[in-house]
Design a protein around this ligand. Sequence first.
Ligand SMILES: [Zn+2]
Length: 188
Amino acid sequence: MAEKPQPVRVLYCAVCSLPAEYCEFGPDFEKCKPWLIQNAPDLYPDLTKDSSSKEVDKATEQLQSTGISSAASSATKQEEVKRLPGGKIKKKDKKEVIIEKVVRNKRKSITTVKGLELFGVKLSDASKKLGKKFATGASVVKGPTEKEQIDVQGDISYDVVDFITETWPDVPETAIFFIEDGKKVHAA
Ligand SMILES: [Zn+2]
């Protein structure tokens, strides 16, 4: 079979709808230009040559500016991400010593001391000192949150603050709290 001759294909400009070669006589040649560069570069070689360098410049510029802005936005994102765990860490590491009197078996009370390690106090050492000072049993145990705390036998809650601030001067009285009836109360 002989191939049918292809009909002459006229390229119509998508912008002004004139045949592409008439664009320059059309009403909006400026607007046609980008389309022509893309779709009919052979018809307007000057246009292509002329603005391709401009386009390159523009593209480079765009790249640079998007590069900068994306870098800036990613920096912001990073900061946000950093801030989140930072805030959490701050909360977690809030330097406080929490003293709570816990009554067990109705008559037997225990005073728990939490957070001394945040002030660089070695808990095993503190436990020994507390036991000695109050002539009672004291031990380092894991609290409900798996965090170590000191359990001291008996109610020493009202003497323990002075002892802590005297023994470990790095612990300010303002950082010591009691838990009373489920509420956190300043010891100072
Ligand atoms: Zn056109």
